[in-house]
Design a binder for this molecule. Structure first.
Ligand code: PLP
Length: 219
């Protein structure tokens, strides 16, 4: 099947309340344009350099999501255009985003990335660290960032019970927050291998790459 057919098929199988971020990392602009011309506008990159390069080359009405780790020294470059930063994992980073956003009078939407996987290598906050940020006085002073939800990645495993358990724990945490944080509307969880489990467990935004473009080759 073609890239276009893959996107159309995926979109037709997910519920209408679930948004799709097409993850374009490692793929050239020509391939991304195929998805664009099929009518899709929401794309995600995990590296800032690659995001900047593609944002410059591709049409202006694309909604770009940064889904990978963000270093404070690169915040300035993404703040002018990014639609949603999925990977906020410290107060320090939030403050820098706020500082750069204030300079250009733009409010930047962010998700707190929560560590739910077993792997130690993945970035993210614990539930209690996230709670601390959400309850902090400092946050009330950051008028140029809006935390609109949470992001999480499950363990890379074939054990569906484990994956489901991890997504379920994040949904439970998300639900515990929404009553006090009405700005919370996004629960970003699920990738090519586990998006259907994520949706069953309450995700409303999935980030899918290889299912659409095929396996990535890193050079
Ligand atoms: C690469 C990536 C994805 C998409 O992964 P696929 O398995 O290709 O669907 C989703 N989320 C993040 C944070 C990623 O880095």
């Amino acid at each position: 099947m073609s890239i276009t057919e893959n996107v159309v098929k995926l979109k037709s199988t997910i519920p209408s309340h679930v948004k799709l971020v097409v993850v374009t990392k490692t793929h050239p602009p020509e391939k991304i344009l195929q998805v664009y011309h099929a009518g899709h506008r929401i794309f995600g990159e995990n590296k800032v350099q690659e995001l900047l390069k593609k944002q410059e080359l591709l049409p202006n009405d694309i909604e770009w999501h940064l889904i990978g780790h963000l270093q404070t020294n690169k915040v300035k470059k993404v703040v002018p255009f990014v639609h949603l930063i999925h990977s906020v994992d410290s107060m320090k980073l939030l403050k820098e985003i706020n500082k750069q956003a204030e300079k250009i009078n733009r409010v930047v939407n962010c998700l707190l990335q929560i560590h739910i996987a077993r792997e130690e290598t993945k970035f993210g906050l614990s539930f209690s660290e996230a709670e601390e940020i959400l309850k902090s006085n400092e946050l009330t002073k950051l008028n140029y960032v809006r935390i609109v939800g949470l992001m999480g990645m499950a363990t890379l495993t074939d054990d569906h019970t484990q994956i489901r358990k991890e997504f379920r724990s994040l949904k439970k945490f998300y639900d515990s927050i929404i009553s006090t944080h009405p700005s919370f509307v996004v629960l970003s969880m699920g990738m090519s291998s586990d998006y259907y489990i994520a949706i069953e467990e309450g995700s409303n935004l999935i980030r899918v790459g290889s299912l659409i473009f095929g396996e990535r080759t890193y050079v």
